[in-house]
Design a protein around this ligand. Structure first.
Ligand code: G3P
Length: 222
């Protein structure tokens, strides 16, 4: 993916599932094409297949389980995501945390299957530790700022700097940041501090006008 990237996490917001998810993904696709920036849709397992067939932008799952095919009830694995042509995975989001051996399994499996792994970390120390597992991206999100109106760029600029230092001291893996990002100013600040992209959920998925919100965010990437 060309950096800087903008990952939009649809979560399980009512405005980010079903028909609404498809509508939103089409808006992401349109804005990505118009503005020439990498926008990635992180969607739920149900909607992923349909969305993937309707848009050109990368579509990733919000989670997959660290299991092989077999006797696992109610689970989905990376192979299944691959079979439906999905582009990658969010791994270890604060709302779906995993143990480190499972994170490692999912990253390695993504590599084997040519899928992009975006691993989330709740702070700079965890981000540094996860760099040893060599994911494609590391996304740092302070949990207490997720879903709020104060962005990581405003409230914790030092955490962004520390995360980048921690990660880069291990491997040259691009660092993304997220939590509370609502506008182009938040994005610009994150990028100025060295982030190579952002993760946004409520600022787009719950926006009255998601297209306007996206265009504003992208303004900070230019
Ligand atoms: O994965 C991104 C997400 O956790 C950030 O959420 O609503 O603070 O943009 P939000």
């Amino acid at each position: 993916w060309k950096t800087p990237v903008l990952i939009v996490n649809f979560k399980l917001y009512k405005s980010g599932v079903g028909e609404k998810a498809l509508e939103l993904a089409r808006i992401l696709d349109k804005v990505s094409k118009e503005r020439g920036v990498s926008i990635i849709a992180a969607v739920n397992t149900f909607d992923a297949y349909r969305i993937k067939n309707e848009v050109k932008i990368p579509v990733i799952l919000q989670h997959a389980d660290a299991v092989e095919f077999g006797a696992h009830t109610g689970r989905i694995n990376v192979e299944l995501a691959r079979e439906y042509n999905l582009d990658g995975l969010l791994i270890n989001h604060s709302e779906r945390m995993l143990k480190i051996s499972d994170i490692d399994f999912l990253i390695q499996k993504s590599k084997d299957l040519n899928m992009v792994s975006v691993v989330c970390a709740n702070n700079s120390r965890v981000a540094g530790a996860l760099a040893f597992l060599e994911p494609d991206f590391i996304a740092m999100e302070p949990p207490e700022l997720i879903g709020g109106n104060v962005s990581v760029s405003t409230a914790k600029p030092e955490a962004i700097v520390e995360t980048i230092e921690a990660v880069k001291s291990v491997r040259n893996i691009p660092v993304l940041v997220g939590a509370g990002i609502k506008n182009g100013k938040d994005v610009r600040k994150a990028i100025e501090l060295g982030a190579e992209g952002v993760l946004v959920a409520s600022g787009v998925v719950k926006a009255k006008d998601p297209e306007m919100a996206l265009n504003d965010l992208i303004g900070g990437m230019m």
